[in-house]
Structures are given as C-alpha cells and as structure tokens.
Design a protein around this ligand. Structure first.
Ligand SMILES: Nc1ncnc2c1ncn2[C@@H]1O[C@H](COP(=O)(O)OP(=O)(O)OP(=O)(O)O)[C@@H](O)[C@H]1O
Ligand SMILES: [Mg+2]
Length: 161
C-alpha cells in the first residue's frame, strides 16, 4: 500500500518536529529521498533527524564529499547530497549499494537526480516553498504507512503540535 500525505510546515520548528518524528520511528535499512529546490529545507530536515537519533555532531551538507556518515546515534545515519554527482561511477566508487543495505538509514538530498539508482521501497519527501518566507509544503510518499492503522503518521502528528 502506498501512503501519501501533504503537510504544511509553518516554520523551521515544524520541520524540526517532523525530523524528530522520522527519527523516532526509523528502522535500519530505510532510505529517505529528499526532493526539493535550493533552500527548501532538505539539510534542515536531515539535521533534525540526526538530533532525533541522538547524534550531536554538527551536520553539514556533504555537497563535495557526497556522503557523510554518523555512527553515534540510535542508528547510523548516512547523509548524501548528490547534487554534484556527475556519473553513476561516482556513487559506486563510494559504495552506494553498501550504504543502501547498511544498518543505518540513508537520507539523500537531491535524490531525484539519481532516481534510476534508487530502490523501489523508499520514503520520498518532497519539499516546496509556501506562501511566506518560512512556510514549506511537505509531501511524504511512502510504502510504509503509519505505524498503526487508523492512527495518523508522524508527519501529521508533527503538524498538530
Ligand atoms: N519551514 C522551514 N523549514 C526548513 N527550513 C526553513 C523553513 N523556513 C525557513 N527555512 C530556512 O530555509 C533554509 C533551508 O536551508 P537548507 O540548507 O535546509 O535547504 P536545502 O534544501 O538543504 O538547500 P540545498 O539545496 O542548497 O542543499 C534555512 O536557512 C532555514 O532556516
Ligand atoms: Mg542541503
């Protein structure tokens, strides 16, 4: 079953809450594709997931290194930014497949640029600008669905706060 919902993030604090919710329920091997224009909040969301996992290191965008690994949290976090990936080889050289199958979770900024290399059962998170400077729209499309039938998923719960 495919689960989809769109939520409004009124400001960075809503993005923070969403990231923490994702961290709470994240399971080893999950892949999150983050899709959205420059400045829509992909890195901000990754930082919140990292905090939710208990990672205290500063999370910077790995634009030039492509991937940055954090092992100190509840689960390892593999943070990708594939904006500057020019060929499949760039990714395979750094062991992309091993990361996908690793013990941790993969969060991939600009995942739409490598769509054909991604597994099918991923959680896609689309970020878009809203009406005001701090507003964002977030559409989550996932085959996982909310943890309990009839209960709202983490994203909706974050919005209600
Ligand atoms: N609701 C919001 N959610 C997330 N960030 C927000 C929000 N409102 C304002 N911002 C601001 O927008 C900026 C988002 O920057 P961020 O680096 O997270 O974007 P990005 O999508 O990773 O960009 P890039 O494509 O350059 O990697 C930050 O300066 C943040 O403070
Ligand atoms: Mg970024």
């Amino acid at each position: 079953m495919i689960y989809s919902e769109t939520i409004k993030l009124k400001g960075p604090e809503d993005t923070e809450a969403l990231g923490r919710k994702i961290a709470e329920s994240a399971l080893p091997g999950e892949v999150y594709a983050l899709v959205g224009d420059l400045g829509t909040g992909k890195t901000t969301l990754v930082q919140a997931v990292a905090r939710g996992l208990g990672i205290e290191s500063k999370i910077l965008s790995p634009t030039f290194t492509i991937v940055q690994e954090y092992d100190e949290g509840r689960l390892p976090l593999y943070h990708f930014d594939v904006y500057r990936v020019s060929s499949e080889d760039d990714l395979f050289e750094l062991g992309f497949d091993e990361y996908l199958e690793g013990r941790g979770i993969c969060l991939i900024e600009w995942a739409d640029l490598i769509e054909e290399l991604l597994p099918e059962d991923i959680c896609a998170i689309f970020l878009d600008y809203g009406a005001s400077e701090d507003e964002r729209y977030c559409r989550i499309v996932s085959p996982l669905g909310p943890a309990e039938p009839g209960k709202k998923g983490g994203a909706a719960a974050a919005e209600e706060k």
